[in-house]
Design a protein around this ligand. Sequence first.
Ligand code: BMA
Length: 889
Amino acid sequence: MTAFKANKREFLKVSGAGVALALSAHAPQSLAQAKAATDVNSRVISEGWQFRQVGAAKWLSATVPGTVHTDLLDNKRIDDPFYRTNERNQQWIDKLDWEYRTNIDIDAQTLSHHHVELHFDGLDTYADVYVNDVLVLSADNMFLEWTIDVKKHVRVGSNTLRIYFHSPIRKGLAALEDYGYLLPSPNDQSENGGMGDRRVGMFTRKAGYHYGWDWGPRFVTSGIWRPVKLRAWSGVQITDLHIIQDSLSDKAAKLRGVFEVEADQPGPALIEITSPTHKAIQARTEVELNAGLNRLEASFEIKNPKRWWTNGLGEAFLYTLSGRVVTASGAKDERVVKTGLRTVRIVQEPDAQGTSFYVELNGVPVFMKGANYIPNDSFLPRVTKAVYEKVVSSALDTHMNMLRVWGGGVYEDPYFYELCDQKGILVWQDFMFACAMYPGDQAFLENVRKEAVHNVKRLRNHPCIALWCGNNEIDVAWQHDVPNGGWGWKPNYTPDQQKALTRAYDAIFHEVLAQAVATHDPKCFYWPSSPIASWDGKTGVVHSDVKAQKQAGDIHYWDVWWGQKPFSEYRTAVGRFMSEYGFQSFPEFRTVQAYTVPEDHDIFSEVMKAHQRSSIGNGTIRNYMERDYKIPKDFQQFLYVGQVLQAEGIKVAMETHRVRMPYCMGSLFWQINDCWPVASWSSIDYFGRWKAQQYYARRAFAPVLVSPVLNGEKVDICVVSDRLTDTNATLSVRVMDFAGKVATSHTKEIRLKANQSGIAFSAPVSALLGGLAPDGAVLSAKLRRGKEVLSENVLYFQPVKNLTLPEPQIALKVKALGGGELAVGLTSPVLVKDLYLYLGTHDARLSDNYFDLLPGETAYVRFKPQSALTAADLEGDLKLMHMAQVRSS
Ligand code: BMA
């Protein structure tokens, strides 16, 4: 830890903080006086790109940013990688080297700048960059940005830029050979790559899921995956602006803008911070620049600051701040930062049952509702802004306030974090390490250090970043044997190997990454691995055995699914923070149709199995289905029941976790999205279509929740409120038969305490049933305030397969609401269980779906079709499915 302090001292020494400078006579008195044009100009190099397999005669057109796979697809050299089993015959691509090239025209004015730089936002991964055939860079980390001054290699006119991508597999195999023995990485689906057991992903700083995962195909991409820019500048350049919040109260926020400025020459300059929206924000400091890199700071205050809040608790307010530097000779640069003012603490305090683990936002303990998030595509450059908007707005619409950017993917695109900032979604940010052991040699550690520093600095102004976590599940895999809930990796190695691997683990996760956070974002919490129970940063002592995790830290709970335990286990397996749990389903029929032909429509067909990467996948879905449902004969119905099965199971977990607050303060299901069309734990499929689970999440994560729980011989009606003020409400509990005859009913005025959960009502099952047969009764619980329904829920007394479901007669009415929105009113004299509405040819997100329509009640579902639809179109296209239709085989 002393190293951090040393770094800090060094930082202060070189910073301009507090150094009073006599402003030189030549320095401009205000930035407005600086006449020279901004001295940094930047352009994106996206035109004229070509690619080829190294040695091939023909160059083909390429898209940059892009990947070799998608360029081959665009050139019709390969078929759609996601279709049927095409993935299998595309494994040759990652064994080859590929080249990209383009020409860059540079004019005299650009070249007259002191610096002409090529800037790569991302190269995937082993890339040699040649400018006019001179090697200027050898890149080896997908998660780094690269800047190279190429002024001496370029000329006025046309210049060639060529990038040589080495096969990541061949590089990996060479590294494995040097290393000498195999490292564990069970998700690396090497068999598809034809590499036998020689898993090599851990040697390369590249997204782990590219090598295959238990929800993802294996496409080990290469390419220029983020934009390339040509940047020319003279005088000064701001390379970083960090807004540090020193204190925050209702009265004032005390802030510092810490600039990193590169200067050509020494001399006086001004640095300034203003805000286009808040005129009162003004900071101005005179500084003395050194030639080279300078760290400079300007302090400022925001009076009566507006805080940034998460979704549901208030506005996610952002301040736009503009930082500028101008030198005495008039050279200048500007950088705009959007940030929010908030305090975030991860509170770990001993209590009667162990040690807490919760997020305290602006002094308020906040229950984290959300999901784990993976990359949106195997081919990252084709993820559009619209895709990011869809997934983050889906989180927003389902009352989530946290997403975990999981460690087997990538540090996400800037736009993802901007959206999370805007929508009030906190991010649990993993470093990109998952489910593998990694080498620990100096070169590897240095590469990791650069990556960590770069990404911490890149993301630290975002108010959405709640914490940094070292890795996914490696601690539990390495440190603990199977009987203790671990994965038992260690005993497979000799004592010397164990020592080396433990040393590498400690170096990466307890030293390098911890130091990157402590040095560059010291107020941010660091957690070396998920899950663990505790970590003492001073001694390096970690507690991670699964038993301890129930009382402290975070948990990945997988006894449901991997352990085949019933969903009811979610009721008791509750820890302080549930950072992973989940259950699989297939995507809806239309998504399955996108990768299959009719003959594939059996879950055990070759193609359906190829789009299922969990070793126990389709069989496990079927086994769980058998427990509670009739197994449908019809394939489309099977997919539908599978989605209901997943949603009902995860509902138990989501509701239980909330009911158990404040013991439990987080519920992040695995996983919100997919990277291709597949059977997986996702709640939204690859095409952005909500599965049943996403609709269930909207109900289970609503700010106020009523949750009826069958507790042996009695029913408890639990209520939870995330609101920060008390709420008066009317609770009604009715038990009726499937034709709507009410057997018993109870109404109660209650006060929902702010940020609390409790049991509002309890009654014996027999009393509630009032003589109704359990297989023909439904309990409806509603919480209302006036006419507004705050939350509603249902409970059955038998598994669905035992219910005597009547044949419904559904009447529906479609109405145009204006603004392109349509509404459907649905009613039936008898219960409709698990009503699923879908469109034959159009895509639409519904205000609700997969719900039980109670006898005699009318449900209104609003549609937001993606293309304009009339009420008549909708009526013609609308289709319904429900549980009474399901015929078993
Ligand atoms: C967790 C995740 C992923 C995995 C998922 C499902 O372990 O961290 O690695 O995909 O479970 O098995």
